[in-house]
Design a protein around this ligand. Structure first.
Ligand code: 5AD
Length: 353
């Protein structure tokens, strides 16, 4: 395998159907992962705080325009209790995710929630936020309250494609600005894209990887696009690659991202598991090193349908983590309990400062 890949190499590998070539790519990505970040899998317990959303993204099931969703907001107490339970189970980090809201009341709710989680868990959990685009002051307040990482997917690095996936008042430039601000505030910054979208080309996906590299992000979360029938983009479902093709493309994206970005954290995402029950394990095999077990109580989870077919897992998260541990053991990966598992890339950037 070559040490450095240019755009053409990336495009060719993404398009390749040569089984031997793909096997080599995957084996090399695994080797790079084991050498650079090791074979540990870091856990981020995912709590889907709320499906209330002010955005109207054409692909997403919880878009504000979808009237058939029952909206919910988990109470502070419930989230804090979940955080305590996660901490006791040995989960080192949490991801708090929700639809996008930026009203004052909500900003304060999240701020208090972060403070409460920190107080109740001896400030031992690493907290990641995935709460959409916010004002600089909000990002700052949430960081001061205890968050240290922020996920904000660019969704696609092709501005023209971005425009096709969102209403006119959703701005690509604004999103980029958000990522810039998060970086300046010294968050560990994560981004990512959806793979196999209508109108998306192999060249777009190759550019996405180069975007991650050029933007110097610390964490990547990406996965296949999965159509949701209550969304405007659903009408193009016949024009996208098959589920199998989208999963393979996603695995190639993980492998190439690992090879090209080296020391970042890469998540094996739920969308991969949706297309194949072993999708996350497959991603771990080809370069991913983070898994986000879903801790959202079942009664809420049913309404957090970003896309259809999201896996239903046991409400008892001790059990689902034990099951995960067993399936990871089969592929020689081990769960890192009680560790934050920060991005090595972030640490190396800070050492150079
Ligand atoms: N298919 C796959 N991923 C989706 N997301 C939203 N809708 C879909 C879909 N239909 C992803 C977006 C968002 C993340 C929280 O979920 O990338 O950033």
């Amino acid at each position: 395998m070559k040490a450095s890949y240019n755009t053409e190499d990336i495009q060719r590998l993404l398009a390749s159907s040569d089984e031997l070539e793909i096997a080599h790519l995957f084996a090399y990505a695994k080797k790079v992962k084991n050498e650079i970040v090791g074979n540990k899998v870091y856990l981020r317990g995912l709590i889907e705080l709320s499906n209330q959303c002010s955005k109207d993204c054409y692909y997403c099931g919880i878009r504000c325009g979808n009237a058939s969703v029952q909206r919910y907001q988990i109470s502070e107490k419930e989230v804090v209790d979940l955080a305590i339970k996660a901490h006791e189970t040995g989960i080192g980090s949490l991801v708090l995710q929700a639809g996008e809201r930026s009203d004052k009341e909500y900003v304060v709710f999240v701020e208090h929630l972060l403070q409460k989680i920190m107080q109740s868990t001896n400030a031992e959990l690493g907290i990641t936020l995935s709460l959409g685009e916010q004002e600089k002051d909000t990002y700052k307040r949430w960081k001061e309250a205890g968050a240290k990482r922020y996920l904000l997917r660019i969704e696609t690095s092709n501005e023209e494609l971005y425009k096709k996936l969102h209403p006119e008042n959703h701005s690509y430039t604004q999103r980029l600005k958000g990522l810039e601000i998060l970086k300046k505030l010294n968050y560990q910054v994560g981004t990512g894209v959806m793979i196999g979208l209508p109108f998306q080309t192999i060249a777009d996906l190759a550019d996405d990887i180069l975007f991650f590299k050029n933007f110097d992000v610390d964490m990547i979360g990406m996965g296949p696009y999965i159509p949701h029938e209550d969304t405007p983009l659903y009408q193009y479902s016949k024009e996208i690659p098959t589920g199998e093709e989208r999963l393979l493309l996603s695995l190639k994206m993980v492998a190439l991202t690992r090879i090209i970005l080296q020391n970042v954290n890469i998540a094996a995402t739920t969308a991969m598991q949706t297309l194949d029950p072993q999708g996350r394990e497959q991603a771990i095999q080809v370069g991913a090193n983070v898994i986000m077990p879903n801790l959202t109580p079942a009664k809420y989870r049913e309404n957090y349908f970003l896309y259809q077919g999201k896996p239903k897992v046991a409400d008892d998260f001790n059990l689902s983590i034990k099951t995960l541990e067993q399936s990871l053991a089969k592929i020689g990966a081990v769960i890192a309990y009680r560790e934050h598992g920060d991005s090595k890339h972030f640490a190396s950037k800070n050492n150079q400062k």
